[in-house]
Write a protein that binds this ligand. Structure first.
Ligand code: FAD
Length: 457
Protein backbone atom coordinates (compact mmCIF):
# COMPACT_ATOMS: atom_id res chain seq x y z
CA UNK A 1 0.00 0.00 0.00
CA UNK A 2 0.89 3.59 -0.30
CA UNK A 3 -1.00 5.84 2.02
CA UNK A 4 0.31 9.33 1.47
CA UNK A 5 1.69 11.37 4.26
CA UNK A 6 1.00 15.09 4.41
CA UNK A 7 2.52 16.93 1.56
CA UNK A 8 2.44 20.51 0.61
CA UNK A 9 3.91 23.25 -1.43
CA UNK A 10 4.21 23.53 -5.16
CA UNK A 11 7.07 23.05 -7.54
CA UNK A 12 7.33 26.80 -7.92
CA UNK A 13 7.60 27.24 -4.16
CA UNK A 14 10.39 24.77 -3.79
CA UNK A 15 12.32 24.83 -7.01
CA UNK A 16 14.87 27.35 -5.83
CA UNK A 17 15.76 25.43 -2.73
CA UNK A 18 16.15 22.25 -4.71
CA UNK A 19 18.98 23.77 -6.68
CA UNK A 20 20.96 24.83 -3.65
CA UNK A 21 22.92 22.99 -1.03
CA UNK A 22 24.96 19.87 -1.58
CA UNK A 23 27.30 17.38 -0.06
CA UNK A 24 30.05 19.92 0.26
CA UNK A 25 27.99 21.97 2.66
CA UNK A 26 27.26 19.18 5.09
CA UNK A 27 28.69 15.87 4.08
CA UNK A 28 32.19 16.53 5.35
CA UNK A 29 30.98 17.17 8.88
CA UNK A 30 28.85 14.04 8.99
CA UNK A 31 31.30 11.80 10.73
CA UNK A 32 34.17 13.03 12.80
CA UNK A 33 37.17 10.74 13.12
CA UNK A 34 35.40 7.86 11.38
CA UNK A 35 32.98 7.25 14.28
CA UNK A 36 29.26 7.87 14.32
CA UNK A 37 28.30 11.46 14.99
CA UNK A 38 26.39 11.93 18.23
CA UNK A 39 22.62 12.29 17.89
CA UNK A 40 22.69 15.83 19.29
CA UNK A 41 25.45 16.97 16.92
CA UNK A 42 23.60 15.39 14.07
CA UNK A 43 20.36 17.08 15.12
CA UNK A 44 21.98 20.51 15.12
CA UNK A 45 23.59 19.93 11.77
CA UNK A 46 20.28 18.70 10.32
CA UNK A 47 18.41 21.67 11.80
CA UNK A 48 20.76 24.16 10.19
CA UNK A 49 20.75 22.42 6.85
CA UNK A 50 16.97 22.09 6.72
CA UNK A 51 16.53 25.75 7.57
CA UNK A 52 18.86 26.74 4.72
CA UNK A 53 17.75 24.28 2.10
CA UNK A 54 14.32 22.71 2.52
CA UNK A 55 11.08 24.48 1.59
CA UNK A 56 8.48 24.88 4.35
CA UNK A 57 5.25 22.91 4.01
CA UNK A 58 2.00 24.77 3.62
CA UNK A 59 -0.31 24.63 6.67
CA UNK A 60 -3.38 22.46 6.25
CA UNK A 61 -1.84 20.46 3.42
CA UNK A 62 -4.04 17.62 2.24
CA UNK A 63 -3.09 13.98 1.76
CA UNK A 64 -1.98 12.26 -1.40
CA UNK A 65 -5.34 11.04 -2.59
CA UNK A 66 -6.59 14.39 -3.79
CA UNK A 67 -7.94 15.06 -7.24
CA UNK A 68 -5.54 17.11 -9.33
CA UNK A 69 -4.74 17.26 -13.05
CA UNK A 70 -2.14 14.73 -14.24
CA UNK A 71 0.34 17.45 -15.17
CA UNK A 72 0.22 18.79 -11.61
CA UNK A 73 0.64 15.32 -10.16
CA UNK A 74 3.63 14.65 -12.42
CA UNK A 75 5.16 17.99 -11.44
CA UNK A 76 4.77 17.02 -7.77
CA UNK A 77 6.41 13.66 -8.45
CA UNK A 78 9.32 15.39 -10.22
CA UNK A 79 9.64 17.80 -7.32
CA UNK A 80 9.72 14.92 -4.82
CA UNK A 81 12.52 13.32 -6.82
CA UNK A 82 14.47 16.61 -6.72
CA UNK A 83 13.98 16.93 -2.97
CA UNK A 84 15.15 13.36 -2.47
CA UNK A 85 18.26 14.13 -4.55
CA UNK A 86 18.83 17.23 -2.48
CA UNK A 87 18.77 15.15 0.70
CA UNK A 88 21.07 12.60 -0.89
CA UNK A 89 23.64 15.15 -2.01
CA UNK A 90 23.65 16.68 1.45
CA UNK A 91 24.19 13.33 3.17
CA UNK A 92 20.72 13.10 4.70
CA UNK A 93 19.15 10.33 2.56
CA UNK A 94 18.82 6.76 3.76
CA UNK A 95 19.86 7.55 7.33
CA UNK A 96 19.57 3.91 8.43
CA UNK A 97 20.70 2.31 5.17
CA UNK A 98 24.31 1.07 5.05
CA UNK A 99 26.92 3.43 3.61
CA UNK A 100 27.94 0.72 1.19
CA UNK A 101 24.60 1.21 -0.56
CA UNK A 102 24.46 4.99 -0.48
CA UNK A 103 22.96 5.38 3.00
CA UNK A 104 24.36 7.07 6.07
CA UNK A 105 24.77 4.03 8.35
CA UNK A 106 23.21 5.87 11.27
CA UNK A 107 20.91 4.65 14.04
CA UNK A 108 17.17 4.74 14.65
CA UNK A 109 17.80 7.56 17.15
CA UNK A 110 19.41 9.67 14.42
CA UNK A 111 16.40 8.98 12.17
CA UNK A 112 14.00 10.02 14.94
CA UNK A 113 15.94 13.23 15.55
CA UNK A 114 15.85 14.02 11.82
CA UNK A 115 12.08 13.42 11.71
CA UNK A 116 11.64 15.79 14.63
CA UNK A 117 13.64 18.47 12.85
CA UNK A 118 11.75 17.82 9.61
CA UNK A 119 8.42 18.90 11.13
CA UNK A 120 7.05 21.85 9.21
CA UNK A 121 9.15 21.23 6.08
CA UNK A 122 8.13 19.80 2.79
CA UNK A 123 9.76 16.43 2.16
CA UNK A 124 9.70 13.86 -0.69
CA UNK A 125 6.66 11.99 0.62
CA UNK A 126 6.15 9.87 -2.51
CA UNK A 127 9.64 8.42 -2.08
CA UNK A 128 8.93 7.15 1.43
CA UNK A 129 6.08 4.60 1.47
CA UNK A 130 6.17 2.18 -0.29
CA UNK A 131 9.57 2.97 -1.91
CA UNK A 132 11.84 3.20 1.18
CA UNK A 133 9.67 0.91 3.19
CA UNK A 134 8.61 -1.76 2.57
CA UNK A 135 10.28 -2.09 -0.88
CA UNK A 136 13.85 -0.89 -0.21
CA UNK A 137 13.75 -2.44 3.27
CA UNK A 138 12.91 -5.81 1.69
CA UNK A 139 15.67 -5.47 -0.92
CA UNK A 140 18.12 -4.61 1.86
CA UNK A 141 17.08 -7.65 3.85
CA UNK A 142 16.81 -10.27 1.11
CA UNK A 143 18.58 -8.87 -1.97
CA UNK A 144 21.95 -10.07 -3.22
CA UNK A 145 24.88 -7.66 -3.10
CA UNK A 146 24.41 -6.97 -6.82
CA UNK A 147 20.69 -6.25 -6.39
CA UNK A 148 21.32 -3.91 -3.46
CA UNK A 149 24.14 -2.10 -5.28
CA UNK A 150 21.97 -1.71 -8.38
CA UNK A 151 18.86 -0.37 -6.68
CA UNK A 152 19.42 1.08 -3.21
CA UNK A 153 21.67 4.02 -4.21
CA UNK A 154 19.33 4.79 -7.14
CA UNK A 155 16.35 4.77 -4.76
CA UNK A 156 18.13 7.02 -2.29
CA UNK A 157 19.00 9.45 -5.12
CA UNK A 158 15.31 9.66 -6.03
CA UNK A 159 15.83 7.95 -9.38
CA UNK A 160 13.65 4.91 -8.67
CA UNK A 161 10.11 5.04 -7.33
CA UNK A 162 8.86 1.63 -6.25
CA UNK A 163 5.39 0.16 -5.83
CA UNK A 164 4.06 -2.99 -4.22
CA UNK A 165 2.53 -5.55 -6.58
CA UNK A 166 0.84 -7.53 -3.83
CA UNK A 167 -2.96 -7.29 -4.04
CA UNK A 168 -4.82 -9.08 -6.80
CA UNK A 169 -8.46 -8.94 -7.84
CA UNK A 170 -9.07 -12.18 -5.90
CA UNK A 171 -6.54 -11.80 -3.11
CA UNK A 172 -6.11 -8.65 -1.11
CA UNK A 173 -6.33 -9.76 2.50
CA UNK A 174 -5.33 -13.27 1.51
CA UNK A 175 -1.93 -12.19 0.17
CA UNK A 176 -0.68 -15.78 0.00
CA UNK A 177 -3.52 -16.60 -2.39
CA UNK A 178 -1.73 -14.80 -5.25
CA UNK A 179 -2.50 -16.24 -8.67
CA UNK A 180 -0.15 -14.19 -10.81
CA UNK A 181 2.02 -16.97 -12.15
CA UNK A 182 5.74 -17.06 -12.91
CA UNK A 183 7.00 -19.93 -15.05
CA UNK A 184 10.71 -20.53 -15.51
CA UNK A 185 12.19 -20.58 -19.01
CA UNK A 186 15.97 -20.97 -18.83
CA UNK A 187 17.41 -17.92 -17.11
CA UNK A 188 14.13 -16.07 -17.30
CA UNK A 189 10.71 -16.15 -15.71
CA UNK A 190 7.52 -15.47 -17.62
CA UNK A 191 4.86 -13.69 -15.58
CA UNK A 192 1.11 -13.61 -16.28
CA UNK A 193 -1.72 -12.28 -14.16
CA UNK A 194 -3.01 -9.08 -12.64
CA UNK A 195 -2.23 -6.85 -9.67
CA UNK A 196 -4.53 -4.16 -8.36
CA UNK A 197 -4.88 -1.13 -6.03
CA UNK A 198 -1.32 -0.04 -6.77
CA UNK A 199 -1.37 3.61 -5.82
CA UNK A 200 0.53 5.73 -8.32
CA UNK A 201 1.83 2.88 -10.50
CA UNK A 202 1.37 5.16 -13.51
CA UNK A 203 4.09 7.54 -12.31
CA UNK A 204 6.34 4.94 -10.67
CA UNK A 205 9.30 2.99 -12.04
CA UNK A 206 9.61 -0.41 -10.37
CA UNK A 207 7.35 -3.01 -8.79
CA UNK A 208 8.08 -5.60 -6.13
CA UNK A 209 5.91 -8.48 -7.21
CA UNK A 210 4.70 -11.59 -5.40
CA UNK A 211 4.01 -14.41 -7.87
CA UNK A 212 3.12 -18.10 -7.79
CA UNK A 213 5.88 -20.38 -8.98
CA UNK A 214 4.52 -23.70 -7.73
CA UNK A 215 0.89 -24.83 -7.85
CA UNK A 216 1.50 -28.32 -6.46
CA UNK A 217 2.24 -27.29 -2.87
CA UNK A 218 0.05 -25.51 -0.27
CA UNK A 219 -0.41 -21.83 -1.07
CA UNK A 220 2.22 -20.37 1.27
CA UNK A 221 4.92 -22.65 -0.12
CA UNK A 222 4.74 -21.91 -3.82
CA UNK A 223 5.44 -18.18 -3.98
CA UNK A 224 8.46 -16.17 -5.21
CA UNK A 225 9.24 -12.45 -5.21
CA UNK A 226 10.51 -10.57 -8.28
CA UNK A 227 11.59 -7.02 -9.13
CA UNK A 228 10.31 -5.63 -12.41
CA UNK A 229 10.26 -2.33 -14.27
CA UNK A 230 6.62 -1.21 -14.43
CA UNK A 231 6.74 0.42 -17.83
CA UNK A 232 7.71 -2.33 -20.24
CA UNK A 233 6.06 -4.35 -23.00
CA UNK A 234 3.62 -6.86 -21.50
CA UNK A 235 2.54 -4.65 -18.58
CA UNK A 236 -0.60 -2.64 -19.15
CA UNK A 237 -1.22 -0.09 -16.40
CA UNK A 238 -4.89 0.75 -16.20
CA UNK A 239 -5.99 3.62 -13.97
CA UNK A 240 -9.07 3.16 -11.78
CA UNK A 241 -11.31 6.17 -11.38
CA UNK A 242 -12.85 6.59 -7.95
CA UNK A 243 -16.12 8.32 -7.15
CA UNK A 244 -14.42 11.67 -6.53
CA UNK A 245 -12.59 11.52 -9.87
CA UNK A 246 -9.23 10.52 -8.37
CA UNK A 247 -7.27 8.15 -10.63
CA UNK A 248 -4.29 7.27 -8.45
CA UNK A 249 -5.20 3.60 -8.02
CA UNK A 250 -4.06 1.32 -10.82
CA UNK A 251 -4.59 -2.21 -11.98
CA UNK A 252 -1.76 -3.87 -13.90
CA UNK A 253 -2.26 -6.63 -16.42
CA UNK A 254 0.84 -8.76 -16.95
CA UNK A 255 1.03 -10.71 -20.21
CA UNK A 256 4.13 -12.83 -20.85
CA UNK A 257 6.35 -10.39 -18.97
CA UNK A 258 9.94 -11.67 -19.05
CA UNK A 259 12.03 -11.18 -15.93
CA UNK A 260 15.63 -12.41 -15.58
CA UNK A 261 16.34 -14.79 -12.73
CA UNK A 262 18.78 -12.18 -11.42
CA UNK A 263 15.70 -10.07 -10.55
CA UNK A 264 14.40 -12.71 -8.13
CA UNK A 265 14.44 -11.72 -4.45
CA UNK A 266 14.98 -14.66 -2.13
CA UNK A 267 14.72 -18.35 -2.97
CA UNK A 268 12.40 -19.95 -5.48
CA UNK A 269 9.10 -21.01 -3.79
CA UNK A 270 10.23 -19.37 -0.54
CA UNK A 271 8.54 -16.06 -1.25
CA UNK A 272 6.44 -16.34 1.89
CA UNK A 273 9.57 -15.89 4.01
CA UNK A 274 10.21 -12.64 2.12
CA UNK A 275 6.52 -11.67 2.19
CA UNK A 276 6.31 -12.13 5.97
CA UNK A 277 9.01 -9.51 6.47
CA UNK A 278 7.54 -7.40 3.68
CA UNK A 279 4.21 -7.32 5.56
CA UNK A 280 6.04 -6.52 8.79
CA UNK A 281 7.70 -3.52 7.17
CA UNK A 282 4.36 -2.51 5.70
CA UNK A 283 2.46 -2.79 9.00
CA UNK A 284 5.08 -0.83 10.88
CA UNK A 285 5.68 1.85 8.23
CA UNK A 286 4.61 4.62 10.59
CA UNK A 287 7.59 4.05 12.87
CA UNK A 288 10.05 2.64 10.35
CA UNK A 289 13.63 3.94 10.57
CA UNK A 290 13.88 3.62 6.78
CA UNK A 291 11.27 6.21 5.79
CA UNK A 292 11.07 9.89 6.60
CA UNK A 293 8.01 10.97 8.50
CA UNK A 294 8.09 14.45 9.98
CA UNK A 295 7.17 14.41 13.66
CA UNK A 296 3.64 15.65 14.08
CA UNK A 297 2.58 14.31 10.69
CA UNK A 298 0.11 11.95 12.32
CA UNK A 299 -0.55 14.34 15.15
CA UNK A 300 -2.00 16.91 12.76
CA UNK A 301 -4.21 14.45 10.89
CA UNK A 302 -7.78 15.74 10.72
CA UNK A 303 -6.44 19.14 11.65
CA UNK A 304 -6.51 21.97 9.09
CA UNK A 305 -3.57 23.71 10.73
CA UNK A 306 -3.40 25.78 13.87
CA UNK A 307 -4.71 23.01 16.11
CA UNK A 308 -8.14 21.67 16.87
CA UNK A 309 -8.80 24.35 19.48
CA UNK A 310 -8.35 26.99 16.83
CA UNK A 311 -10.66 25.02 14.58
CA UNK A 312 -13.32 24.98 17.32
CA UNK A 313 -12.85 28.73 17.68
CA UNK A 314 -13.26 29.30 13.95
CA UNK A 315 -16.44 27.23 14.08
CA UNK A 316 -17.67 29.38 17.02
CA UNK A 317 -17.70 26.34 19.31
CA UNK A 318 -14.97 27.09 21.81
CA UNK A 319 -17.40 27.21 24.74
CA UNK A 320 -19.36 24.18 23.56
CA UNK A 321 -18.66 21.29 26.02
CA UNK A 322 -19.12 18.64 23.33
CA UNK A 323 -16.54 20.38 21.11
CA UNK A 324 -14.09 20.52 24.01
CA UNK A 325 -14.63 16.81 24.61
CA UNK A 326 -13.74 16.10 20.98
CA UNK A 327 -10.53 18.12 21.24
CA UNK A 328 -9.62 16.20 24.40
CA UNK A 329 -10.36 12.86 22.77
CA UNK A 330 -8.14 13.71 19.78
CA UNK A 331 -5.31 14.68 22.09
CA UNK A 332 -5.67 11.45 24.05
CA UNK A 333 -5.71 9.32 20.89
CA UNK A 334 -2.59 10.97 19.44
CA UNK A 335 -0.70 10.66 22.70
CA UNK A 336 -1.65 6.99 23.10
CA UNK A 337 -0.81 6.17 19.48
CA UNK A 338 2.59 7.81 19.71
CA UNK A 339 3.41 6.06 22.99
CA UNK A 340 2.25 2.70 21.60
CA UNK A 341 4.42 3.10 18.48
CA UNK A 342 7.48 3.80 20.60
CA UNK A 343 6.81 0.87 22.89
CA UNK A 344 6.14 -1.60 20.09
CA UNK A 345 9.28 -0.66 18.28
CA UNK A 346 11.38 -0.94 21.37
CA UNK A 347 10.16 -4.44 22.26
CA UNK A 348 10.24 -5.75 18.69
CA UNK A 349 13.71 -4.38 17.93
CA UNK A 350 15.08 -5.70 21.22
CA UNK A 351 13.79 -9.15 20.20
CA UNK A 352 11.47 -9.28 23.21
CA UNK A 353 8.34 -9.75 21.11
CA UNK A 354 7.33 -11.37 17.86
CA UNK A 355 7.21 -9.08 14.84
CA UNK A 356 3.53 -10.02 14.51
CA UNK A 357 3.06 -7.52 17.33
CA UNK A 358 3.37 -4.83 14.64
CA UNK A 359 -0.28 -5.68 13.88
CA UNK A 360 -1.22 -3.96 17.17
CA UNK A 361 0.27 -0.69 15.92
CA UNK A 362 -1.34 -1.16 12.53
CA UNK A 363 -4.76 -1.67 14.20
CA UNK A 364 -4.27 1.37 16.43
CA UNK A 365 -3.38 3.53 13.43
CA UNK A 366 -6.31 2.30 11.38
CA UNK A 367 -8.84 3.00 14.11
CA UNK A 368 -7.28 6.25 15.30
CA UNK A 369 -6.78 7.91 11.92
CA UNK A 370 -10.42 7.28 11.02
CA UNK A 371 -11.55 8.72 14.33
CA UNK A 372 -9.28 11.80 14.03
CA UNK A 373 -10.70 12.54 10.58
CA UNK A 374 -14.19 12.25 12.05
CA UNK A 375 -13.36 14.54 14.96
CA UNK A 376 -11.97 17.24 12.64
CA UNK A 377 -15.08 16.96 10.51
CA UNK A 378 -17.45 17.11 13.51
CA UNK A 379 -15.70 20.17 14.92
CA UNK A 380 -15.78 22.04 11.63
CA UNK A 381 -19.46 21.39 11.00
CA UNK A 382 -21.01 22.54 7.71
CA UNK A 383 -17.93 24.58 6.76
CA UNK A 384 -16.09 21.32 6.09
CA UNK A 385 -18.42 20.38 3.28
CA UNK A 386 -19.82 23.58 1.80
CA UNK A 387 -17.95 26.72 0.87
CA UNK A 388 -18.61 29.50 -1.59
CA UNK A 389 -16.02 29.94 -4.30
CA UNK A 390 -12.90 31.52 -2.85
CA UNK A 391 -14.09 30.87 0.71
CA UNK A 392 -12.02 28.75 3.10
CA UNK A 393 -13.36 25.19 3.13
CA UNK A 394 -11.26 24.31 6.17
CA UNK A 395 -8.40 22.54 4.50
CA UNK A 396 -10.28 19.65 2.96
CA UNK A 397 -11.64 18.26 6.24
CA UNK A 398 -14.71 17.03 4.37
CA UNK A 399 -12.49 15.09 1.97
CA UNK A 400 -10.42 13.64 4.82
CA UNK A 401 -13.66 12.48 6.40
CA UNK A 402 -14.84 10.80 3.20
CA UNK A 403 -11.46 9.12 2.78
CA UNK A 404 -11.13 8.06 6.41
CA UNK A 405 -11.57 4.36 5.69
CA UNK A 406 -8.33 4.35 3.74
CA UNK A 407 -6.55 4.07 7.06
CA UNK A 408 -8.33 0.84 7.91
CA UNK A 409 -7.89 -0.80 4.47
CA UNK A 410 -4.56 0.28 2.94
CA UNK A 411 -1.62 -1.76 4.23
CA UNK A 412 -3.96 -4.62 5.14
CA UNK A 413 -7.33 -4.19 6.80
CA UNK A 414 -7.94 -3.70 10.51
CA UNK A 415 -10.03 -6.90 10.50
CA UNK A 416 -7.01 -8.86 9.32
CA UNK A 417 -4.84 -7.08 11.91
CA UNK A 418 -7.32 -8.28 14.55
CA UNK A 419 -6.99 -11.84 13.24
CA UNK A 420 -3.19 -11.64 13.36
CA UNK A 421 -3.30 -10.33 16.93
CA UNK A 422 -5.72 -12.97 18.13
CA UNK A 423 -4.03 -15.91 16.42
CA UNK A 424 -0.35 -14.99 16.30
CA UNK A 425 0.06 -12.75 19.33
CA UNK A 426 -2.56 -13.97 21.80
CA UNK A 427 -2.40 -17.61 20.66
CA UNK A 428 -6.13 -18.00 20.16
CA UNK A 429 -7.44 -20.78 17.87
CA UNK A 430 -6.66 -20.37 14.16
CA UNK A 431 -9.43 -19.37 11.80
CA UNK A 432 -10.76 -22.30 9.78
CA UNK A 433 -9.06 -22.50 6.37
CA UNK A 434 -10.06 -24.97 3.67
CA UNK A 435 -6.86 -24.36 1.74
CA UNK A 436 -4.40 -25.28 4.47
CA UNK A 437 -2.11 -28.20 3.60
CA UNK A 438 -3.80 -28.66 0.22
CA UNK A 439 -1.87 -28.26 -3.07
CA UNK A 440 -2.93 -24.85 -4.32
CA UNK A 441 -3.91 -26.34 -7.67
CA UNK A 442 -6.73 -28.21 -5.90
CA UNK A 443 -8.13 -25.24 -3.97
CA UNK A 444 -11.50 -24.15 -5.28
CA UNK A 445 -12.06 -20.40 -5.55
CA UNK A 446 -14.91 -18.27 -6.86
CA UNK A 447 -15.13 -16.80 -10.34
CA UNK A 448 -14.38 -13.25 -9.10
CA UNK A 449 -10.93 -14.36 -8.07
CA UNK A 450 -10.09 -15.77 -11.44
CA UNK A 451 -11.82 -19.16 -11.15
CA UNK A 452 -10.42 -22.31 -9.64
CA UNK A 453 -6.93 -21.92 -8.31
CA UNK A 454 -5.79 -24.59 -10.73
CA UNK A 455 -6.89 -22.56 -13.74
CA UNK A 456 -3.27 -21.53 -14.31
CA UNK A 457 -0.35 -23.80 -14.52
C1 FAD B 1 -5.06 3.67 0.03
C2 FAD B 1 -4.77 2.27 -0.37
C3 FAD B 1 -3.57 1.98 -0.97
C4 FAD B 1 -3.28 0.69 -1.38
N1 FAD B 1 -2.08 0.48 -2.02
C5 FAD B 1 -1.78 -0.76 -2.43
C6 FAD B 1 -0.56 -1.00 -3.13
O1 FAD B 1 0.21 -0.07 -3.39
N2 FAD B 1 -0.28 -2.26 -3.51
C7 FAD B 1 -1.10 -3.30 -3.25
O2 FAD B 1 -0.75 -4.42 -3.59
N3 FAD B 1 -2.28 -3.11 -2.61
C8 FAD B 1 -2.64 -1.86 -2.20
N4 FAD B 1 -3.83 -1.64 -1.56
C9 FAD B 1 -4.77 -2.75 -1.41
C10 FAD B 1 -4.95 -3.21 0.03
O3 FAD B 1 -3.80 -3.86 0.49
C11 FAD B 1 -6.18 -4.13 0.02
O4 FAD B 1 -7.30 -3.34 -0.35
C12 FAD B 1 -6.42 -4.74 1.37
O5 FAD B 1 -5.39 -5.64 1.71
C13 FAD B 1 -7.78 -5.50 1.38
O6 FAD B 1 -7.87 -6.37 0.32
P1 FAD B 1 -9.17 -6.36 -0.63
O7 FAD B 1 -9.43 -4.95 -1.05
O8 FAD B 1 -8.96 -7.36 -1.71
O9 FAD B 1 -10.37 -6.80 0.30
P2 FAD B 1 -10.76 -8.29 0.69
O10 FAD B 1 -9.55 -9.06 1.03
O11 FAD B 1 -11.64 -8.84 -0.38
O12 FAD B 1 -11.60 -8.06 2.00
C14 FAD B 1 -12.94 -7.55 1.99
C15 FAD B 1 -13.40 -7.39 3.42
O13 FAD B 1 -13.38 -8.69 4.08
C16 FAD B 1 -12.58 -8.64 5.26
N5 FAD B 1 -11.83 -9.89 5.42
C17 FAD B 1 -11.15 -10.55 4.46
N6 FAD B 1 -10.59 -11.67 4.98
C18 FAD B 1 -10.95 -11.70 6.29
C19 FAD B 1 -10.69 -12.60 7.35
N7 FAD B 1 -9.96 -13.71 7.17
N8 FAD B 1 -11.23 -12.32 8.57
C20 FAD B 1 -11.99 -11.20 8.78
N9 FAD B 1 -12.27 -10.31 7.79
C21 FAD B 1 -11.75 -10.56 6.56
C22 FAD B 1 -11.60 -7.50 5.02
O14 FAD B 1 -11.13 -6.96 6.24
C23 FAD B 1 -12.47 -6.49 4.26
O15 FAD B 1 -13.26 -5.75 5.15
C24 FAD B 1 -4.18 -0.36 -1.15
C25 FAD B 1 -5.40 -0.08 -0.54
C26 FAD B 1 -5.70 1.22 -0.15
C27 FAD B 1 -7.02 1.51 0.48
Amino acid sequence: MSVGGAEAGSAAETGGAAETGGAAETGGAAVAGGGIESVEEFRLRARGWLRENMPRSAPGATGRLVVRPDEEELAEVAQDRRLQRLLFDAGFAGLCFPKEYGGQGLTREHAEAFNEELAGYRYPSRLQVPTMTPCAAVILEFGTHEQKAAHLPAILRGEELWMQFLSEPGSGSDVAGAKTSAVREGDEWVLNGSKIWTTGAWWSDWGLCLARTNWDVPKHRGLTVFMLPIHQPGIEVSRIEMLDGNKEFCQEFLTDVRVPDSARIGEVDDGWTVATRWLFHERSFSSSPFALRPAGDVETYGDPGGGLLQLAERAGRLADPSARELVGEAHLLRTAMHALDQRLHAVISEGKATEQLAAVGRLMHGVTMGRLATIGFELAGPAAVAAEEGEDSLGGLGTSYLLRQIASIGGGTTEVARNVISERVLGMPREQALDRNVPYRQVRTGPSSGGAANARS
